[in-house]
Design a protein around this ligand. Structure first.
Ligand code: AMP
Length: 255
């Protein structure tokens, strides 16, 4: 089911950039690799789900800073303990820590054929550093996809969110709108589902607040770069592979 209610593309400001973008979008539809896609949106807007669909469609790497941090916490390392303090409070991890981790991640061989960045950048400083990190690799962000969802819907989506514990599956459910067939069990792989520690109402409210204050300004940043693509969603919307194909075609048509 196609659920995006409103899709808007901000055009490039000059012809040269327009041509480049057109080439990139054509590349998306032809399945050509090396694309750098940034996912933008509040917590629970569905960045993870969309990132997964995009990476499956385009066969490129999914880099989720939140997932990387949760793995680090699980490992019990000193860094993990530090990260946990910020995350359980709904605060952002300091820019220098995130940028260093991302720099290393972008250097890995698996990231050389294109990436979907899910949860990075989250501040203007991170966005500016991302540009530099990519420039030194002769790359750039090709498109920033913003998932726009009202705050009241975010609470529903996060508090009722359940995630498959199998890292290779990572399917995401919602106890209201997208229930698993069997309570607590993943439909896809049969593993147990879990609730993220920071998906409780109190922390979610702080995360939304942090998003408005720290992360929203980067929407303007990507708009000014001329590569912002916005999709409006509501709580019950489940983005599907068909939606992703349609968005990509839609982008293609509008430019
Ligand atoms: P996510 O899984 O993307 O919702 O991220 C979970 C938490 O990890 C966030 O609430 C932040 O505490 C932290 N985090 C993830 N990515 C970043 C980032 N780019 N900058 C700062 N903190 C981040």
């Amino acid at each position: 089911m196609c659920s995006a209610q409103n899709v808007c593309l901000c055009f490039f400001k000059n012809t040269y950039r327009n041509v480049c973008f057109l080439k990139n979008i054509n590349s998306i539809n032809k399945g050509v690799k090396n694309l750098i896609i940034v996912m933008l949106g509040a917590p629970g807007s569905g960045k993870g789900t969309v990132a997964k669909l995009l990476t499956d469609t385009l066969n490129i790497e999914h880099i989720s800073t939140g997932d990387m941090f949760r793995e680090e916490i699980k490992s019990g390392s000193k860094l993990g303990k530090e990260l946990e303090n910020y995350m359980s409070d709904g605060k952002l991890v300091p820019d220098d820590v995130v940028i260093k981790i991302l720099d290393e991640r972008l250097s890995r061989p698996t990231a050389q054929n294109g990436v979907v960045l899910d949860g990075f950048p989250r501040t203007k400083i991170q966005a500016e550093h991302l540009k530099q990190l990519l420039e030194k690799r002769n790359k750039k962000v090709d498109v920033a996809i913003q998932l726009n969802i009202p705050d009241e819907d975010i609470i529903y989506r996060t508090v009722k969110r359940r995630i498959c514990s199998n890292k290779d599956c990572g399917a995401i459910y919602n106890l209201e709108f997208n229930k698993p067939k069997q309570d607590g069990i993943c439909d896809v792989c049969g593993s147990e589902l879990y609730r993220r520690e920071d998906d409780n109402e109190e922390t979610v409210k702080r995360r939304i607040d942090t998003y408005h204050k720290r992360s929203e300004p980067i929407i303007k940043y990507f708009e000014e770069e001329g590569i912002l693509y916005t999709v409006d969603l509501r709580a019950q919307d489940q983005v599907t592979k068909q939606d992703i194909d349609k968005w990509l075609k839609d982008i293609n048509k509008k430019i």
